[in-house]
Ligand binder design. Structure first.
Ligand code: PLP
Length: 442
């Protein structure tokens, strides 16, 4: 059954073999059931097992699996582009399909650079991102990402064209007595300071997650932060790229997370939820202005991957949007998200080791601290997040605990991102199982 040749990300872990799926549960070869309270990594928004999306993908496989995009376009890709644009933020008019999140953020950053080449501003070569962010694991995306642990050993390979400002995490980083809006303005203004330090004529884009996922655990920005960011980008002609790979496609209760910020980006990256874990699909969406510059100029976007615009993946993406609409799933995300948030606060809100409970929709995070008053993280050598994951799996619960790097300190958080299809009974099961897992892990 087990190969000695296969290796995954955890080379020492002895993981169960997943063999089947049923709604929000995964089932292993021993018949054990795991409630998927994190969608893997916020991917499986429709749960597991057969559903209309798997049927649509099978149907497309039977018709035509693959047609290279330098020779053909395909009906599902054309149709999905129209569907997405009809729902996309104002000003977003064009779609480039890829196979995942890292490819989407790479595409956005490369297109930003190419846009300025096409429009006669070749000096614009710098990208600004934020610390404690994650934009993917390929070298360009990793260079933009601000997770110091993930960057760690690869630093010598990372691009010097990427620069960072502070994250927007009020609970963790606000100064004594600083109000949310004052704090938001202060950290947003770091973007202006960085642009001025680099020289405005050299900056191409700013990239950020509207709700920070993997590195910080579902942390939305404070009100007004993204409005100020948009203003600064406009003032200096810098493109605003929103990375909604994790928080987008309905995860926070609106199809695009930026809808809740009241701003319009120049580019948006999505992945994860749009393929629902059933097909590897991502997309980079951009404004007509950006596309038109390339079309009128070189006419060639230099970012081809073998599987871009894949017919089976885009057909699955269409079926995902159909499911959202048919079952009004984004309403369920909002309703179950509120229930889960209330249940988490009710159960863990007064626990001495739970510092913060936050998030939007079905994208929620709990931050664990050694000392609630001082917000001091646990000693990293305790490997608390790994112990929680192990204890949760033993309880039959998948959650996504991470030991993120918080300004040189290591902090542990748990990310919850269950399927959009869950009901009240699953909310209760998540909270009960998590409670037992934390008891074992501490
Ligand atoms: N961007 C964000 C915000 C992510 O959370 C992730 C993955 O977790 C990525 C990009 C990279 O996506 P992928 O793992 O599909 O390459």
């Amino acid at each position: 059954m087990r190969s000695r040749h296969l290796f995954g990300r955890h080379t020492k872990a002895d993981l169960p073999v997943a063999v089947a799926g049923e709604g929000p549960y995964l089932i292993d070869a021993e018949g054990r059931r795991y409630l998927d309270a994190c969608g893997g990594a916020a991917v499986s928004c429709l749960g597991h097992g057969p559903n209309p999306v798997t049927e649509a993908a099978k149907d497309q496989l039977d018709r035509m699996a693959y047609a290279h995009t330098s020779f053909f376009t395909s009906e599902p890709a054309e149709e999905l582009a129209d569907r997405l644009i009809a729902l996309a933020p104002q000003g977003i008019e064009r779609v480039y399909f890829v196979s995942g999140g890292s490819e989407a953020t790479e595409a956005a950053m490369k297109l930003a650079r190419q846009y300025f080449l096409e429009t006669g501003e070749p000096e614009r070569r710098h990208i600004i991102a934020r610390w404690q962010s994650y934009h993917g694991n390929t070298l360009g995306a990793l260079s933009a990402g601000g997770n110091r642990w993930r960057r760690g050993q690869f630093e010598p390979l990372l691009s010097g064209a990427m620069h960072h400002i502070d994250a927007c995490h009020y609970w963790r980083f606000a100064e004594e007595g600083e109000g949310p809006e004052e704090y938001g303005l202060r950290v947003a203004n770091q973007l202006e300071e960085k642009i001025l330090a680099l020289g405005p004529e050299t900056v191409a884009a700013f990239i950020a997650e509207p709700v920070v996922g993997a590195t910080m655990g579902a942390v939305p920005a404070v009100p007004g932060y993204f409005q100020r960011i948009r203003e600064i980008c406009d003032q200096y002609g810098v493109l605003l790229i929103l990375d909604e790979v994790m928080c987008g496609t309905g995860r926070t209760g609106t199809l695009f997370a930026s809808e809740q910020e009241g701003i319009f980006p120049d580019m948006v990256c999505i992945a994860k939820g749009i393929g629902a874990g059933i097909q590897p699909l991502g997309a980079m969406l951009c404004s007509d202005k950006i596309f038109a510059a390339v079309e009128a100029g070189s006419g060639f976007f230099q970012h081809g991957h073998t599987y871009i615009g894949h017919p089976v993946a885009t057909r699955a993406g269409l079926a995902v949007l159909d499911e959202f609409e048919k079952h009004d799933l984004l309403s369920n995300v909002r309703e179950m998200g509120n229930r889960l948030m209330t249940a988490l606060i009710g159960r863990f809100g007064n626990r001495s080791h739970v510092g913060d409970i936050r998030g939007r929709g079905l994208f929620l995070g709990l931050e664990l601290v050694d000392n609630r008053m001082t917000k001091t993280p646990f000693d990293p050598s305790l490997n608390l997040h790994a112990r929680i994951k192990k204890a949760a799996m033993a309880e039959g619960l998948m959650c996504y605990p991470m030991g993120g790097t918080v300004d040189g300190l290591r902090g542990d958080h748990i990310l919850l991102a269950p399927p959009y299809t869950i009901g009240e009974e699953h909310v209760e099961e998540i909270v009960d199982k998590l409670d037992r897992a934390l008891e074992v892990a501490f």
